[in-house]
Design a protein around this ligand. Structure first.
Ligand code: XMP
Length: 512
């Protein structure tokens, strides 16, 4: 994957480290993320063109706060410190930081001194995304302030001679209007990158790395029929061939008819060993009486692995388990230093006594849209590559409270109507994820001459590019009306349909 023009992202545990990596890759510059402890010597030996310090949740003046090797500042390699990374640069080089009384959070107007190389071709005032309580109160000797905002005296600083740059705001976030230009300036003017790295190198280099990792060992892949596990399976198949066996655990929590579709696609279109396990009853009995969302996830995650282990035993010795884990799963499960939001079953819920030598997770660094690009490059058909994401725990986290067979059937039917009408209206590519939720609320209705007391279905539709943040989809009223009509008429035990109009944050996309 590496070419001779690489950027290093030094990770201080911020939520956005991968987002920085992704923006850099979008600008066709290869980059890698390494922990903040990486030594200056190690960094020097890798020949990076530039270094970006990520943000992080700590306060730099705390004793336990993550610090980098101070030798990094003397390497002569350009450094861009972002948020915590900016504060660290100031603090370590003799400047000072202070805690403000109020956290500065959200969109802020910033004034730029456009003589700075970092701000070339930008206007002298634009909106940036801030998220901090600590600010740089005194810049180190030899530095100058290059941007300010009303509440932040040092929105940016630099020492051009030492090639050290820092921004208190986050250029990697879409809300920072000039963010892409700023990163371009850093990569191309300051670090002198040429921008000739392409995503297709990912396939070649990943398949090669997988071959090295797997050798002639046996791999089992957790195939769910979703984009992530499908792309992971095809990638691993290229490296392991017949040594790969895909196990499709049908936990009964899939969308209507999905189990059969997955089986058809993989048997017909790919020459991949596939075992389908019908385990609905087993999962439902484990979930009986369980209402707490995190417990549901853990149970499903563990049961998943147990089923794999059983199948693995039938196959004989198996060394690796391949999973379609992607970056948002990793960051939202609190892996590394980022804060935990939800434990996604394919990361957080893995039992400790897992019976395989290791995990193969070829998509661990990618965002969803990057996974789709890889899928297309691998020749996976559009209908699979563009399938909307579906969570590992399936409909169990879209049924509030206990999961039962009856509730599953109601939800599957309602969801099928929703998907059918979205397809009919030609909106399926513009809404990134849409599904029905069985809310657990019963309400009074009237049907014919009779009173009903029945279930409420919520519809959720979101637009997003990375699933880390999302807006609710503005589905036209007439489409919503048709969906609602059809659901209450066609799905038994439903008498009310509502539409979820909450963005993420503060809500998440799934309801549990
Ligand atoms: P949230 O609800 O966290 O969802 O905003 C973000 C994206 O992740 C999917 N999701 C999951 N995927 N295992 C998965 O593989 C999980 O446990 C899980 N939970 C949420 C969700 O569907 C959305 O696309």
């Amino acid at each position: 994957m590496r070419n001779n023009e690489a950027i290093l992202i030094l990770d201080f545990g911020g939520q956005y480290s991968q987002l920085i990596a992704r923006r850099v890759r979008d600008l066709n510059v290869f980059c890698e993320i390494r922990p903040y402890r990486t030594s200056a010597e190690d960094i020097a030996s890798c020949g990076y063109r530039g270094i970006i310090f990520s943000g992080g949740p700590e306060t730099v003046s705390d004793e336990k706060a993550p610090k980098c090797d101070p030798g990094i500042f003397k390497l002569g390699i350009p450094v861009l410190g972002i948020c915590y990374g900016a504060q660290l640069m100031a603090y370590e080089l003799g400047g000072d930081v202070k805690s403000a009384d109020i956290r500065e959070y959200g969109k802020t107007e910033v004034d730029f001194h456009t003589y700075s190389k970092l701000f070339r071709d930008m206007s002298d005032r634009s909106v940036c995304w801030m998220s901090h309580t600590v600010y740089i109160s005194a810049v180190p000797k030899g530095f100058r302030i290059t941007a300010t905002s009303k509440t932040c005296p040092t929105a940016a600083m630099e020492n051009e001679e030492l090639k050290l740059y820092a921004t208190q705001f986050h250029p990697e976030v879409q809300h920072t209007e000039c963010g892409t230009q700023l990163l371009k300036n850093f990569l191309f003017s300051i670090c002198a990158c040429s921008g000739d790295w392409k995503m297709d190198s990912f396939v070649t280099t990943t398949v090669k790395a997988l071959k090295d990792q797997i050798g002639d060992k046996k791999v089992i892949c957790a195939l769910s029929g979703g984009v992530d596990s499908s792309v992971a399976a095809v990638l691993v198949h290229q490296a392991a061939g017949k040594n790969l066996t895909c196990i499709f655990v049908d936990h009964g929590l899939l969308r209507k008819d999905e189990g059969d579709e997955v089986e058809k696609i993989f048997r017909k279109q790919f020459d991949i060993n596939l075992i389908r396990v019908n385990a609905k009853d087993r999962f439902l009995s484990k979930l009986a009486g369980v209402t707490e969302p995190e417990r549901k996830r853990k149970i499903i995650g563990e049961e998943f692995i147990r089923v794999f282990e059983e199948e693995a035993k039938k196959i004989g010795h198996v060394d690796y388990l391949c999973q379609g884990t992607i970056y948002p799963d990793v960051v939202e499960s609190g892996s590394g230093d980022a804060a935990t939001i939800k434990s996604h079953h394919n990361v957080g819920g893995l039992p400790d006594d897992i019976g395989f030598t290791g995990l193969v997770e070829p998509l661990r660094d990618l965002f969803k849209d990057e996974v789709r690009k890889v899928g297309t490059q691998l020749g996976i058909p559009d209908n699979l590559v563009w399938r909307q994401p579906f969570p590992g725990p399936g409909l169990a986290i879209r049924i509030m409270g206990e999961v039962t067979s009856e509730k599953l059937e109601i939800l599957q039917e309602a969801d099928a109507v929703f998907r059918d009408e979205i397809a009919n209206s030609g909106l399926s590519r513009t809404i990134n994820q849409y599904f029905a939720v069985l809310t657990g609320i019963k309400s009074v209705g009237v049907m014919g001459d009779g009173r009903t007391y029945d279930n409420t279905i919520a519809l959720r539709g979101v637009t997003t590019s990375d699933f880390m943040t999302a807006d609710w989809a503005r589905i036209p009223y007439d489409v919503l009306a048709k969906i609602s009509d059809r659901i209450v008429n066609e799905v038994r035990n439903v008498n009310r349909v509502v539409y979820d109009i909450t963005s993420k944050p503060p809500a998440t996309i799934e309801w549990e």
